[in-house]
Design a protein around this ligand. Structure first.
Ligand SMILES: [Zn+2]
Length: 178
């Protein structure tokens, strides 16, 4: 489930729709938790899909580190990539704001923090400062040292900020925090 006080807006003509904050969201706020209504495809189910559906998978589904794909039931799938994102995956099933997000600002994440297949690599036009221009499946290994301190700092705020998604913590990787 996506952080509730957000809405879909046109991010840009090139990018299409995006998810925007209806009020300020402080660093450390959990912005998404996987829930029972999300739809997961196993590795075996994905292997049986016709080639034509693989593009749909990479567009609408998140690929989890176990190789499964996840279709979220809400606007989470409209979250756009940024090379300087406002949110990041803590675990497969949890995303957190890694900096303060202003009212009206777009919620973004770095798609390289999912496990991309080679066919899912893409040229990036996010225009963020430090844009890598090309998003590759091996980015996580080169970016881990850059991401880790931001994640750890955001996690230290977990208990300092409102958590509207706290009711989902117990069934997620955050179970110790519930
Ligand atoms: Zn970029």
């Amino acid at each position: 489930m996506l952080y509730p006080h957000t809405e879909l807006r046109l991010a840009s003509v090139e990018t299409g729709m995006g998810v925007f904050a209806l009020h300020a969201i402080p660093k450390g706020t959990i912005t998404w938790v996987q829930d029972q209504l999300d739809h997961k495809l196993s590795v075996e189910e994905v292997a049986k899909l016709p080639q034509e559906l693989l593009g749909v998978l990479s567009h609408d589904y998140y690929r989890l580190f176990g190789g499964e794909y996840l279709l979220t039931h809400d606007n989470t799938r409209f979250m756009n990539h940024s090379c300087n994102p406002s949110c990041a995956h803590l675990f497969d099933d949890v995303e957190i704001a890694i900096r303060d997000i202003a009212e009206g600002e777009e919620l973004t994440s770095d798609y390289a923090s999912f496990t991309l297949e080679t066919y899912e690599e893409f040229e990036c036009f996010c225009a963020a400062q430090g844009c890598r221009n090309w998003i590759r499946r091996d980015d996580p290994s080169s970016l881990k040292a850059y991401w880790q301190p931001m994640l750890e700092e955001a996690m230290r705020q977990l208990d300092q900020v409102d958590q509207p998604l706290r009711f989902l913590f117990a069934q997620s990787s955050l179970h110790a925090k519930a």
